[in-house]
Design a protein around this ligand. Structure first.
Ligand SMILES: C[S@@+](CC[C@H](N)C(=O)[O-])C[C@H]1O[C@@H](n2cnc3c(N)ncnc32)[C@H](O)[C@@H]1O
Length: 222
């Protein structure tokens, strides 16, 4: 929708680092990042939905609006999402506060879909977001993240610290710019990330963890 391009561009002009893209994601990327989702996935937490490019695709896949929690920091995007998805829970908040806000009782979430610009964030913030999200993910649940970068945007030291592994789902070369989607899951035998652990994790991280990124962070899925 041309209106969405304008909303995005205006938001990007005001806060380029936070918005992280000059235009909403295209259909190829929206289809890819939601590929594993079915109505049986249950509650879904979407981070940084913007104008709702991924949200629309989730609904197309049969997800009920009542199963959606949308966490968005941009106030204009948040109001637009409330209008577009009146049955969803739309929260105007910083995704790095997932753990302290206690969005769910226990861990019922089947999938997290993230459009957040993680590459523009500090390691501390990435840890808060990822650990906070995993605190709500049920066993077997997955966190899906897209990136315009060549590697997984969650660096290896952070994956190690949180007991996670990342696999490349695929690349959406038709997206402008081309993007990749990664699936983050718990490693076998890794300790379950609780709310308390998620809160603690955000307070003790080396600032230079992001310098230690390696391609080994992301194991090709095939
Ligand atoms: C690259 S855009 C992706 C938007 C949409 N998912 C898409 O693919 O078209 C990043 C989105 O994340 C939001 N965002 C950035 N930092 C955030 C944060 N800390 N908490 C919540 N939302 C955030 C921005 O406002 C923007 O809507």
């Amino acid at each position: 929708m041309s209106h969405d391009f304008l909303s995005f561009f205006t938001a990007w002009m005001a806060a380029p680092g936070r918005v992280g893209a000059i235009a909403p994601s295209g259909t190829a990327l929206a289809e890819l990042i939601t590929r594993d989702i079915t109505p049986e996935t249950g509650p879904i937490l979407e981070l940084g939905p913007g104008t709702g490019a991924f949200t629309y695709q989730l609904l197309k896949r049969g997800v009920r609006q009542q199963d959606l929690t949308l966490v968005e920091y941009g106030s204009d995007f948040m109001r637009l999402l409330q209008l577009r998805f009146p049955g969803a829970r739309v929260l105007w908040m910083d995704a790095s506060r997932l753990a302290p806000e206690r969005l769910y009782r226990d861990a019922p979430v089947g999938a997290v879909i993230s459009g957040l610009p993680l590459l523009n964030m500090s390691p501390r913030k990435v840890i808060s977001i990822v650990s906070g999200a995993f605190g709500y993910l049920r066993p077997g649940g997955a966190f899906y993240q897209f990136t315009y970068g060549m590697r997984c945007p969650v660096p290896r030291p952070i994956l190690d610290r949180l007991g996670l592994r990342a696999t490349l789902v695929d690349r959406a070369i038709l997206n402008v710019p081309p993007a990749a989607v990664y699936r983050l899951t718990r490693r076998p035998q890794s300790r379950f990330i609780t709310h308390d652990a998620a809160t603690a994790a955000s307070s003790n991280v080396s600032r230079d963890a992001s310098k230690q990124k390696t391609e080994r962070d992301c194991i090709p899925a095939v």
